[in-house]
Design a protein around this ligand. Structure first.
Ligand SMILES: NC(=O)c1ccc[n+]([C@@H]2O[C@H](COP(=O)([O-])OP(=O)(O)OC[C@H]3O[C@@H](n4cnc5c(N)ncnc54)[C@H](OP(=O)(O)O)[C@@H]3O)[C@@H](O)[C@H]2O)c1
Length: 298
């Protein structure tokens, strides 16, 4: 029998698995294989986005699986070219069509756009409507700072259930996490094992991968686990929802085999202490449709 994933409970009472599969930079062909392998392994959360251009393949793998749609926590995201009220509603419909589903479990706004804030706020109001209409069971944002979260909520009265942000041992976002706690927002960690450091080079100060840090490799040797498993266990014990990406069935299974050991408080603290305060991904304050001109095709 497949292992059950530990879950967190969102502010609206919805249970969200704490480990899921991410499919950013997974090609369409790889996506079908990866999602199929993940579901067979026991994963019950899949994280995609309109901008990943593989929603159709995620949907295909879900339909091919013996795991029922209602057993899978499906996450997708609205891309910035679809911000604005009517545009967001259209973007959601387009994603549902590509995925081949009526609704999702969590719908996220992919990025804040401080330079196009009115469109961002309008899109969030549309996402709130989708939630009211029951087309998504929970709603959230991604890459929002404390300040932008506060302003978004003040402007709309709609509190996100989730904020999906860069979070790994080298960038642990303690201040943002405190804001999440205060507002009742669940923390979802992208690049949970530091994958962003391999593909983004726009920050020369970014540290090398946490997978090769001696604290992590030392704990891996001590527990008879891999570095990735130690880091994912650290996420789990913090209560973060981690969505590691892999297209390799062996690593997909490895990343899920994290429920049979525990880190001590001192071990958790030793990983917490690796924080550099330096993000590797793009600064969310800089994102707008001019710098990121990608448009999503119907
Ligand atoms: N909201 C956002 O703005 C945002 C931004 C980035 C990512 N995300 C989401 O977060 C997910 C994960 O983030 P990410 O892909 O940036 O980084 P990640 O999951 O931390 O790392 C993925 C990288 O690590 C490799 N890998 C996977 N498992 C491994 C293991 N056990 N040992 C060694 N290497 C391993 C993968 O290669 P293989 O595939 O070859 O195994 C891939 O190169 C994405 O897929 C996406 O769903 C969201």
């Amino acid at each position: 029998m497949a292992q059950t994933t530990p879950e967190t409970t969102l502010a609206n009472g919805l249970a969200m698995p704490l480990i899921g599969l991410g499919v950013y930079r997974s090609s369409p062909e790889e996506t079908v294989t990866a999602v199929s392998a993940a579901l067979a392994t026991g994963y019950r959360l899949i994280d995609t986005a309109a901008a990943y251009r593989n929603e159709a393949e995620v949907g295909k793998a879900l339909r091919q699986s013996t795991v029922g749609r209602n057993e899978v926590f499906l996450v997708t995201k609205l891309w910035i070219s679809d911000y604005g009220y009517d545009e967001a509603l259209h973007g959601f419909d387009r994603s549902m069509k590509k995925l081949g589903v009526d609704g999702v479990d969590l719908y996220l706004m992919h990025q804040p756009m401080p330079n196009e804030w009115e469109r961002t706020v309008a899109a969030w109001k549309a996402v709130g409507r989708l939630y009211e209409e029951g087309r998504t069971k929970a709603i959230g944002v991604s890459n929002f700072s404390s300040e932008l979260l506060t302003d978004l909520i003040e402007r709309t009265g709609i509190v996100p259930h989730v904020n999906q942000v860069e979070l790994h041992p080298f960038f642990t976002q303690p201040d943002l996490r405190a804001t999440h706690q205060k507002l009742g927002i669940a923390t979802q960690a992208w690049s949970p094992i530091g994958g962003v450091m391999r593909y983004v080079t726009d920050n020369p100060d970014a540290a090398p991968s946490p997978l090769s840090h001696p604290v992590v490799t030392g704990l891996a040797a001590k527990h008879g686990k891999t570095a990735a498993q130690v880091i994912l266990r650290w996420h789990l014990q913090h209560g973060f929802c981690a969505i590691p990406k892999s297209v390799n069935p062996k690593r997909i299974a490895e990343n899920f085999a994290v429920f049979d050991f525990a880190l001590t408080d001192a071990e958790m603290a030793s990983i917490d202490a690796l924080d550099t305060g330096v993000r590797s991904g793009p600064n969310p304050a800089d994102i707008d449709t001019r710098k990121y001109p990608l448009r999503i095709e119907d």
